[in-house]
Design a protein around this ligand. Structure first.
Ligand code: NAD
Ligand code: DAU
Length: 355
């Protein structure tokens, strides 16, 4: 079996669902269920003996040691993290705690477990760390995309904490010999994406008749990858990646934020036309994110060349599926948007003036 951490979040839950679409190998899913963790993403697995959910923290060494020695996984895949850049700006402490200290404690548990394995199991064991392209910092308009050898230059507390975790993972390979793999992926989108992030936020605000907040001039560029393509890349790296190596994962879909927002508006115009006007009328330019990275772009050719992975979705096909998913799952969004989520909306957007 494998141990997945953070498997009730956006990418982790997609990964677990896709895993069982491909294999029967059981998954132990360790998740703290922070505001971003949502067991309703995994409702379809209720009563499925292949899925063992455990609520807990990757930094709880006693619990993680126990899970490892009891279940004896052949691999650990670490999705658990604080993941929202804006939250890392208003409250960085949780990012240091989970992304740095939590990953460190998890690595220590894995080290204790791994060193007791017999030689064959030691060789075949994998620790796969799921990371981000944000560790590379920001690009100018004509710069070449990030490769695996681009120097780390993180600019937000989130990306700095992820960079620190990547370095720890690397060090545990070089120092202790643990067979680790790291993936650095661009912006994901798709089902179960928490509505604090740009794409689901725009869909849900548009449908609710609210403003669509675009930071700064909206010309910041991100590379977008449909989440199931990321999940397939992780499975491929787990299966055939070289221990100690890092792999960039991207969609070859660079787009300015304003174009992403307008594309969503146009799809909604077709599927759920407004009584009057167009969804684009709801766009509002607001105060920029402090330290906002201007452009990310990923060179994913190593993964294609060495492991034969390519994204299956274009942005056009992926965003159409995504909008459709949100239109048919409005109750999922409604359930999240009560209570504590409203406090975050108030904190992040109330003081942002219009541009
Ligand atoms: P998410 O915020 O949606 O989910 C994170 C999950 O981790 C939640 O279920 C949460 O409850 C859990 N968690 C948080 N702290 C924990 C802890 N201490 N112990 C156990 N569980 C904990 O995040 P996501 O968007 O699904 O991202 C998953 C991973 O992928 C993260 O490591 C992130 O850095 C990385 N990543 C995300 C993207 C993206 O576009 N979303 C792109 C590249 C890489
Ligand atoms: O690049 C990978 C990263 O992508 C992941 O590591 C992060 O976990 C993930 O959250 C994402 O980070 P971003 O900051 O790029 O994603 P977000 O959806 O928050 O923002 C996307 C872009 O849209 C970014 O340039 C900021 C902008 N934005 C965001 C919000 C929430 C707006 O213009 N308005 C908004 O209200």
């Amino acid at each position: 079996m494998i141990l997945v951490t953070g498997g009730a979040g956006f990418i982790g839950s997609n990964f677990v669902l896709d895993w069982f679409g491909n294999f029967d190998e059981p998954v132990v899913n360790l998740d703290k269920l922070t505001y971003a963790g949502n067991l309703s993403n995994l409702t379809s697995l209720q009563g499925d003996a292949r899925h063992i959910f455990v609520r807990g923290d990757i930094g709880n060494s006693e619990l993680v040691d126990e899970l490892l020695t009891y279940h004896r996984p052949r691999a650990v895949i670490n999705f658990a993290a604080e993941s929202h850049v804006d939250r890392s700006i208003t409250g960085p402490a949780a990012f240091i705690e989970t992304n740095i200290n939590g990953t460190f404690k998890l690595l220590e548990s894995v080290r204790r477990y791994w060193k007791e394995l017999d030689e064959g199991d030691k060789d075949s064991f994998r620790f796969l760390h799921v990371s981000t392209d944000e560790v590379y910092g920001t690009l100018g308009p004509d710069d070449a995309p990030f490769t695996e050898s681009t120097a780390y230059a993180p600019n937000s507390p989130y990306s700095a904490s992820k960079a620190a975790s990547d370095h720890l993972v690397r060090a545990y390979h070089h120092t202790y010999g643990i067979p680790v793999l790291t993936t650095n992926c661009s912006n994901n989108y798709g089902p179960y994406h928490f509505p604090e992030k740009l794409i689901p936020l725009v869909i849900s605000n548009a449908l609710a008749g609210k403003a669509l907040p675009v930071y700064g001039d909206g010309r910041q560029v991100r590379d977008w990858l449909y989440v199931s393509d990321h999940c397939a890349a992780i499975r491929r790296v787990l299966d055939a990646g070289q221990p100690g190596e890092t792999y960039n994962v991207g969609g070859w879909n660079e787009m300015a934020n304003i174009e992403v927002v307008q594309t969503i508006c146009d799809i909604l115009d077709q599927h759920r036309p407004k009584a009057q006007g167009r969804y684009r009328d709801q766009v509002q330019f607001v105060t920029d994110r402090p330290g906002h990275d201007r452009r990310y772009a990923i060179d994913a050719r190593k993964l294609e060349r060495e492991l034969d992975w390519k994204p299956a979705e274009t942005f056009e096909s992926g965003i159409a599926k995504t909008v459709e998913w949100y239109l048919t799952n409005e109750a999922w969004v409604d359930a999240i948007q009560s209570g504590a989520y409203q406090d975050w909306v108030e904190q992040n957007y109330a003081q942002r003036g219009r541009q």
